[in-house]
Design a protein around this ligand. Structure first.
Ligand code: NAP
Length: 262
């Protein structure tokens, strides 16, 4: 299987390549706009897959699909918030070339819009999956399971990244983009908006019978869950999703800057 990873030497694309290190018989095309960085990544990669550095801007995906003939394209480049007018160009190219597609998009509008390609993707016999990450996939899975026994009315969710997790430049660009800006969400049963990173709440995760985790300060983030989860649960009136990065002092400085900008 040949997998083309856009942003293959970035933090998330690179992590995917590393997680696939124990899978034999696959070829990873490590793509980005800088050939030297792709070559450097491939040079230090150790794992069973064959890795190939490729200079590729996602704008040129049509030719790359024709020349490189991948079985799957993974878009881990971003920032998905800034994909502009032709934001689904990679998806359309994959449907035309009948190549499976998935992305790690964290932009609510981008992920919400991908369902428009459902029919075309099915007709082409391929998968086109967007937002394939903990937000919104784990949220959706947990809520669907809970919905078997109860109506889901109000959701408050959070993600608390480890301080040791690497953060890429494109994540920073995404966060800076919505800090202090309106974030679409469902509140009191109506479409409304909050202010990105300027609304916060504290939460302690306490699993019965276990020591509680540290109390964490979460702030509103613009993630796909806010738009793709409510249609799944007709009785839902509210959804709020936060991130709790640490150290908290830096998180609070980010809150102040977001408030100053709003
Ligand atoms: N869903 C989630 O939970 C989640 C979590 C974290 C991150 N993300 C998203 O994943 C994306 C990547 O994050 P990251 O931390 O890995 O960022 P990153 O370290 O900055 O990596 C981005 C990679 O994409 C490449 N790239 C950028 N523009 C490109 C283009 N036009 N064509 C081809 N390659 C391009 C970059 O290389 P060059 O600039 O050299 O081309 C780089 O290799 C971001 O949009 C981020 O918001 C999603």
């Amino acid at each position: 299987m040949r997998i083309l990873i856009l942003g293959g030497y970035g933090v998330f694309g690179g992590r995917l390549a590393e997680l696939l290190a124990d899978v034999p018989d696959i070829e990873l095309l490590i793509c980005g706009r800088n050939l030297a960085s792709a070559q450097e990544f491939c040079g230090r990669y150790s794992g069973q897959p064959t890795v190939v550095p490729v200079r590729l801007d996602r704008c040129d995906i049509v030719g790359a699909l024709r020349d490189l003939q991948p079985d799957l394209v993974v878009d881990a480049s971003g920032p998905f918030q800034d994909y502009g007018e032709n934001r689904y160009g990679v998806i359309c190219a994959c449907i035309d070339a009948k190549v499976d597609y998935l992305d790690f998009a964290d932009a609510a509008d981008f992920v919400f819009g991908v369902s428009q390609f459902d029919k075309q993707a099915k007709a082409a016999g391929i998968f086109a999956l967007s937002g394939v990450s903990s937000f919104p996939v784990l949220t959706a899975a947990v809520l669907r399971h809970m919905a078997k026994d109860m109506d889901i009315v109000k959701v408050q969710g959070g993600i608390a990244p480890s301080p040791y997790a690497g953060i890429g430049l494109n994540v920073m660009r995404a966060v800076v983009g919505y800090a202090g800006a309106p974030v679409k969400l469902l509140r009191d049963g109506a479409q409304s908006h909050g202010v990105g990173l300027a609304e916060s709440m504290r939460y302690t995760i306490a699993v019965p019978g276990r020591l509680p985790l540290n109390n964490i300060h979460f702030s509103l983030v613009d993630v796909p869950d806010l738009q793709v989860i409510p249609p799944d649960h007709p009785k839902m009136t509210d959804i709020w999703m936060g991130a709790g990065p640490v150290p908290e002092i830096l998180h609070r400085i980010l809150n102040l800057l977001a408030k100053a900008r709003s």
